[in-house]
Ligand binder design. Structure first.
Ligand SMILES: [Zn+2]
Ligand SMILES: [Zn+2]
Length: 286
């Protein structure tokens, strides 16, 4: 009886205590992230080849056939490259806004995506996959209809935004609630200015519909730190205009300048290498 009660309690505890995340690649060469818990397994974006995504999942003990949904953030090729093949070979369901789906069909590289796998999603209208409650929110980026994601579980709150020129009101509202956050930190201002990109491309990246600089990201993290924020992963770092060291240092410098202690774990995803499978114990009672 005691053992039974103990197991029951352990089961109950583990249900309210699990959340996993892994990056298979993060940046302009391709983006795909695994997110899961005890009853849900999803991907955010499929911007690597299907072969790399399938292998990446295997390496962390997951199977593409168990993926319940791919959430598509926007239609740039570094976020959708593997989608046609994954839907054709494995029938993997995916969620995207109607305008993003139109853009996927209009791109010769992705127009073979299987239509029956598509479920439309509407920003700010929550939907569920297993016990994950997902809300997409609009972000400012030069794609058809770019979005970020807020994912609520019984255990806590996960925020995701890459590919955005600035953190607008809606994005800030959802990202602020995160216990765990994946947030873009694309470029270092000076490296971009002195780097190999022509002026028009530099301006595109700096614009309100481009990408977040280390400075913008660091400022936001300083401003939104709260006791429940435990982990931040910097994502979508530029190959030519950033380094992980520069992105991490920008956050440290902002906290030091403001004489504030950083109270969350901070790391940067590698552009090409898979991260480890991060496992979180969250129990904030959201
Ligand atoms: Zn991108
Ligand atoms: Zn993009």
């Amino acid at each position: 009886m005691v053992t039974f009660a103990k197991n029951w309690l352990l089961d109950l505890f583990s249900q309210f205590n699990d959340f996993e995340a892994c990056s298979f690649g993060s940046g302009s060469s391709g983006n795909a992230y695994y997110i899961g818990n005890h009853d849900a397994a999803i991907l955010i974006d499929a911007g690597l080849s299907s072969r790399k995504i399938v292998r990446g999942l295997e390496e962390i003990g997951k199977n593409i056939r168990n993926i319940q949904a791919i959430l598509i953030s926007h239609d740039h090729i570094d976020h959708i490259k593997g989608l046609p093949d994954l839907t054709q070979r494995f029938n993997t369901p995916f969620y995207a806004t109607a305008r993003t789906w139109e853009a996927i069909l209009g791109n010769r590289l992705t127009r073979h995506t299987r239509p029956s796998c598509f479920t439309p999603l509407t920003p700010l209208a929550p939907f569920r996959i297993g016990s994950l409650e997902i809300t997409a929110f609009p972000v400012s980026h030069d794609a058809a209809d770019a979005i970020g994601f807020n994912i609520r579980t019984e255990a806590g709150n996960f925020g995701f935004a890459t590919d955005l020129g600035f953190i607008g009101k809606e994005a800030a509202h959802f990202l602020r609630q995160s216990n765990i956050m994946i947030l873009e930190s694309n470029y270092d201002d000076e490296m971009l200015a002195k780097g190999p990109y022509p002026p028009y491309l530099q301006n595109r990246i700096r614009s309100h519909s481009g990408h977040l600089s280390n400075e913008q990201t660091a400022r936001f993290l300083l401003e939104c730190q709260h006791p429940g924020l435990t982990h931040v992963f910097l994502a979508h770092l530029s190959e030519h205009n950033n380094t992980p060291e520069a992105a991490l240092k920008a956050v440290e410098d902002h906290f030091a300048a403001a004489k504030r202690q950083r109270n969350f774990h901070l790391s940067a995803f590698d552009r090409k290498k898979r991260s480890k499978l991060h496992q979180f114990s969250l129990h904030y009672g959201f």
